[in-house]
Design a protein around this ligand. Sequence first.
Ligand code: G4P
Length: 531
Amino acid sequence: MAEAFKQEIEKRRTFAIISHPDAGKTTLTEKLLLYGGAINTAGSVKGKANSKYAVSDWMGIEKERGISVTSSVLQFHYSDFCINILDTPGHQDFSEDTYRTLMAADSAVMVIDASKGVEAQTIKLFKVCVMRHIPIFTFINKMDLEARDSFELLDEIENVLGIRTCPINWPIGAGKRFKGVYDRNTKKVSTFQAVSVGGAKSAEETEYHVDDPALKELVGDELFDQLHEEIELLDGASDAFDQELVDKGELSPVFFGSALTTFGVETFLEHFLRMTQSPLARTSDIGMIDPVEEPFSGFIFKIQANMNKAHHDRIAFMRIASGKFDASKDVYHVQSGRKLKLSQPQQIMAQERKVIEEAYAGDVIGVFDPGIFSIGDTLCTPGKKFTYEGIPTFAPEHFCRVVQLDSMKRKQFNKGVTQLAQEGAIQIFQDYSLGLSEIIVGVVGVLQFDVLKYRLENEYGCDIRLEPLPYNYIRWVKDPSTDLTSLKRISDCKKVKDMKDNPLLLFANEWSIRLLLEHNEGLELEEFKKN
Ligand code: G4P
């Protein structure tokens, strides 16, 4: 019994896929699910037509959000593993939730478009993974299209992201001349031949030893010689594989492939499963919590308002951090000190939601929030009492001044913004000197402004106007006792406070941040606020 319980936890792998929009995250996810037999056809993960709604179309948002809820976690089985892929919403859906989801993952897969290299959104998400020191795997995608030089791509990852790389396989050519990948460990080449099966793009693979004359015949003298030269260069100059460095998030194993044609996906999955670990121990106020030794515990990393207006229901997403969750038993909500049963816990299997009876460390489940949960809260077994390290507050990038149109509704307005901020849909700030008479709202993705306006109007009966502010960067002042008015060269940034009175600064660009730091020796600014 105890052994079976341990096995359940040890076979779990929980990871997030991060990328810039269009690099191929959805395609890769879909192909991974196909291997697990969780879906039958490509195109099931996310209806493309649904992902391109008009920004201000709230009905569209509702529908899309419905989809985001159901596809927030995809669980499937592959060989002896139970795999949880956490969806990190991109495109217009990009929000603070995207960052928060990374707090629930044990590792991350970074998908990079081989013709574009490291792009803006990848950098942002990567920084969060680095903060957590989780293993980061790189899948360089779209090798069947024209690509940048592979060495140049590795250099870019190392220089821009600051992580060392270790190619596990290596491409032969790219685009029309893409011939396959060489596995550095087995010294075998899987050749790529594009085919079309029932209109869907696919690839045929054949395996050769790297020295096989038949391979030379197939790929041609030039690519064959180039491959041998590159192998020599790689073996001589690139970082050797080192599992310990991978575990610490300091070395990223790199794979080349083409998700659309499913080429390189299975190899990637198999290596990935071997190189990642089962659910990791997590930091709490009483030390590290072991996922197997400790009975049930978990933390809330995301709260999503139910779109059913009549109910005001909210679903809280909980990462189970230790033990086994049993739906028939009470849990203890540490922050409120209340014992409760979590009603209708749900697991999201590919496209279906189903009510579950049990789940294990590593799993993510959705539970109804009776209105008491906040992001970062801990749930554990009654009789235990500890709190997991909080979910940081991430820097918003867009800011608006909120003007309330009907001054008679001050109370509803305050309630609305406070609740939405508590739910984590927005962040609110007040002017440093004017206080609450000037409310500023900050968001990571601009879609959140539409959500704010819609929800304040529909749920709290408050009409508002949002006036955009010309700032895109926010920094917390590390020492909260700093008097912002005493700082030098402060004129082009805006001084604000959060609702806990922490001082912050809003900047138009990175250049003004540097200028301020240069003129104020000893001043320390932070991009994340640890809670
Ligand atoms: P995302 O989730 O990261 O935003 O990317 P997504 O998978 O939606 O892929 C973006 C586009 O790139 C899609 O084309 C997809 O088919 C294509 N793509 C993904 N991987 C590969 C690959 O390995 N090779 C090639 N050639 N294309 C790839 P689309 O035209 O925007 O959408 P669709 O109509 O094909 O679905």
